[in-house]
Design a protein around this ligand. Structure first.
Ligand SMILES: [Zn+2]
Ligand SMILES: [Zn+2]
Ligand SMILES: [Zn+2]
Length: 211
């Protein structure tokens, strides 16, 4: 059993929360996040207006929510950040792959007669990040470079640490100022479109009679 050290600040927070009249709504928000460790706090409002008449059909604001925020799950894939969301992602991926191989979830069972390929599509790099790789069950140094360059922000582009699986730096850039966050956000936002172009082109290519 791990030893639990009571934190007076956390206990006081819990008592306040339990006594709050908004407690049921807060608890339902927490349940809806599936127990996410680091929920995203949204603030804002939504107005549904009938374009023809200008009549307000529905409105919602986070102002009336507990603490004035709506909590959503972080949906990370990294167990070091949020074990719950990472587990949901892992289970979803399993079912997605399973349906592709044997059918189910809207995929017909005749899919078993199709050829199957396991293809790894790698996104471009947006900068060096801390990683954990293993060889024969032993962690390898993160990014060892003997003649590592120093970036314009004075950070050496090398990391010789053997990171633990739960270290929070995993996936974080070696230099946050060099890392192309804009590129990364745009790539992820446009990934569905890229995927569509790719699959359309692939089908056209496969359908073409081979010379
Ligand atoms: Zn989460
Ligand atoms: Zn590292
Ligand atoms: Zn830098």
């Amino acid at each position: 059993m791990p030893t639990i050290h009571p934190d007076p600040h956390a206990i006081a927070g819990m008592i306040t929360r339990l006594g709050d009249r908004n407690y049921p709504r807060w608890a339902s928000q927490i349940r809806a996040t599936g127990g996410c460790r680091q929920p995203i706090h949204l603030r804002g409002r939504v107005l549904h207006v009938d374009r023809a008449t200008g009549r307000l059909l529905h409105s919602y604001t986070t102002a009336t929510e507990p603490d004035g925020v709506l909590r959503l799950p972080c949906k990370t894939r990294r167990a070091s950040r949020c074990p719950t969301c990472a587990e949901v992602y892992r289970a979803d991926t399993y079912h997605l792959i399973r349906a592709g191989l044997v059918g189910g979830k809207g995929v017909p069972a005749s899919v078993t007669a199709h050829p199957c390929l396991f293809v790894t599509l790698t996104a471009p790099s947006f900068g060096a990040v801390h990683t954990r790789r293993e060889k024969n069950g032993r962690p390898l140094p993160c990014r060892p470079r003997r003649d590592a360059e120093t970036c314009p922000h004075g950070r050496v582009m090398s990391c010789t640490a053997r990171h633990r699986a739960d270290e929070s730096c995993l996936g974080e850039p070696l230099c946050p100022d060099c890392y192309d966050y804009t590129g990364s956000v745009l790539f992820n936002a446009l990934a569905p479109q890229l995927w569509k172009y790719f699959t359309d082109a692939l089908r056209r290519r496969v359908a073409k009679p081979q010379a």
